[in-house]
Design a protein around this ligand. Structure first.
Ligand SMILES: [Zn+2]
Length: 267
């Protein structure tokens, strides 16, 4: 126990030192030595690499919304959550955040979500399965959305969790190792999967347990489901939190240091 506390203190002191030192650096940085892009500060990590749920003893759950191709439904779901006082986590595909994919109102929407008590994660750049990717492409496609998100927001918003496309986390040992090793290299120590994927609210209500992670997409039928489901979940006493809250991961602060992808730093 004493060793753990010493490690915590040491990590905190190191992090504080790095953050203070970072304040004087140029506004644009890149590279994986930036401690606040990683999650190495978690000294005693209780979670498996692939996470399907949080603590089964606590009535807290996380609603997640993937892909985000249709921003009208992103907006509707976000506003629904805000109006009901619950939080959710969006996993947009990175290329939807690129300048040429943005539609009027999108920038304001993402800025509003980023500034709210909801959360944004990475769902890779092109929604390709990581299972057949080269080592470099795992790093590139998982991390690149950080660069486009920061560009949209105009500041650095640390993306702290990964939702793998199709929930694909490796069928063979080689694939599993490739995904894990390279997620680690870009600062991620987990994938966030789910244990509830049900758009019929009458069925979903029975699937949700303490710690559940619910998978939804930014679509009309998912919005309609959530409209019915969230009030019922509140009634049953569930608290709806972000993924980092569910997992007890410390939320990293935003900063001016916009992340840019420099290929040579990640080879
Ligand atoms: Zn997806």
């Amino acid at each position: 126990m004493r060793l753990n506390w010493m490690r915590r203190l040491l990590c905190a002191a190191l992090l504080l030192g790095l953050l203070t030192a970072g304040a004087a650096e140029p506004a644009t940085v890149s590279g994986m030595t930036e401690t606040n892009y990683g999650m190495d500060y978690i000294p005693d990590d209780p979670w498996p690499f692939n996470i399907t749920n949080g603590d089964r003893e606590v009535p807290r759950i996380a609603i997640t919304v993937d892909d985000c191709y249709d921003r009208n439904w992103v907006r509707e779901i976000f506003q629904l959550c805000q109006s009901l006082g619950v939080r959710c986590t969006f996993y947009p595909v990175g290329d939807q955040l690129k300048q040429d994919a943005l539609k009027p109102g999108d920038v304001e929407l993402w800025r509003e979500i980023a500034a709210s008590d909801c959360e944004i994660g990475t769902h890779t750049h092109h929604h390709l399965s990581m299972e057949s990717m080269t080592a470099y492409n795992v790093r590139l496609y998982v991390k690149y959305p950080q660069a486009v998100l920061d560009q949209v927001l105009g500041y650095h918003y640390p993306i702290q969790t990964v939702r793998p496309p199709f929930g694909a986390v490796g069928k063979t040992n080689a694939q599993v190792q490739n995904i894990r090793t390279n997620l680690n290299k870009v600062g991620y120590h987990h994938t966030v999967l789910w244990d509830v994927s049900q758009t019929n609210p009458d069925l979903a209500i029975d699937d949700v347990r303490n710690g559940s992670i619910l998978l939804y997409h930014a679509r009309h039928k998912d919005f309609v489901c959530l409209q019915q489901l969230i009030p019922q979940l509140l009634e049953k006493g569930f608290e709806m939190v972000t993924v980092t809250e569910l997992l007890g991961i410390e939320k990293l602060p935003v900063s001016e240091n916009i992340f840019t992808w420099n290929a040579k730093d990640w080879e």
